[in-house]
Design a protein around this ligand. Structure first.
Ligand SMILES: [Fe+2]
Length: 279
């Protein structure tokens, strides 16, 4: 009985998340303004304790010269981790469904749609908001940034293909949608992983050099436009199987209402994975 009650609360928490995210944003802004001075010290302390994990050392920013841009780079790694794991989860679930394993249509459709929205928003934010700042400051990086934008467009084409298949599945006119979805989800995963592996080395030395005020403005603009659905998926992937660099900072900035809900969301995440046939 207690478990059912907690699950209902967790579902309600998920429905409330869009409103709470607004609170989160306000809390993040206030916390950032107060924390800029102390962050460099805490980042260096975390590094000394060996808490940089999830990426090779050459792809982490140097703790001794921490800036807002360094912090945002680590947040970018955390976001990329969500995208990598989400793409793998979706592709694996389609493959299981194609192999005849029990995979729920609702969970498959919902997870794929959230992945598409998350990845599309992230890349649109880079192309429309972040890259113009980097192009202006680092003319030598323009060709690399143009290449990353071209990869975003190629990925958008694959995301569109996955969306069409998912819409067919959701409408009940499946036909060969599962087979096509398996191919489309695998393409999205492979292209995305290749793209992120190329993007991180291109940005690791640039982002820490962007002035703090510019980074703060960009962060607020990007967060304001972010999709708010599927909080269990976002937070679950951020923890499973381990926490990437940038995790502590993101979670530490959550205002109390969101921190209260965080322990409940993993139940929804585990239920989602189970519905996707993940044992
Ligand atoms: Fe990108």
């Amino acid at each position: 009985m207690r478990g059912h009650r907690a699950q209902r609360v967790a579902i309600a928490a998920g429905e409330l998340f869009p409103q709470l995210t607004g609170v989160l944003m306000d809390g993040q802004r206030a916390a950032r303004a107060a924390a800029i001075g102390s962050r460099r010290v805490s980042a260096a302390a975390r590094s000394r304790r060996g808490e940089w994990y999830g990426k090779p050392e050459h792809l982490m920013t140097a703790p001794a010269v921490r800036t807002e841009g360094s912090q945002m780079y680590d947040e970018l790694i955390a976001v990329h981790t969500i995208m990598r794991r989400g793409a793998e989860l979706t592709a694996d679930a389609f493959a299981r469904r194609a192999a005849g394993e029990p995979v729920g249509t609702k969970a498959l459709v919902g997870t794929a749609r959230r992945l598409v929205a998350f990845v599309h928003h992230h890349h649109a934010s880079e192309d429309e908001q972040f890259w113009p700042v980097l192009r202006e400051r680092f003319p030598d990086a323009i060709a690399a940034l143009d290449g990353l934008t071209a990869e975003h467009h190629a990925l958008d084409g694959e995301l569109q293909g996955l969306t069409e298949v998912v819409d067919a599945l959701a409408s009940g006119s499946a036909g060969d949608a599962v087979a096509r979805g398996t191919t489309a989800a695998a393409k999205v995963r492979d292209l995305l992983l290749h793209h992120l592996d190329a993007e991180e080395p291109a940005l690791v030395d640039l982002m820490p050099q962007v002035p703090d005020e510019e980074i703060t403005r960009l962060r607020e603009a990007i967060v304001d436009g972010a999709p708010k659905s599927g909080p269990d998926l976002v937070l679950g992937l951020l923890e499973d199987p381990d926490r990437p660099a940038g995790y502590d900072h993101l979670m530490g900035n959550f205002p109390p209402p969101v921190r209260w809900l965080c322990p409940l969301l993993p139940r929804c995440y585990r239920a989602r994975r189970k519905a996707l046939g993940d044992r």
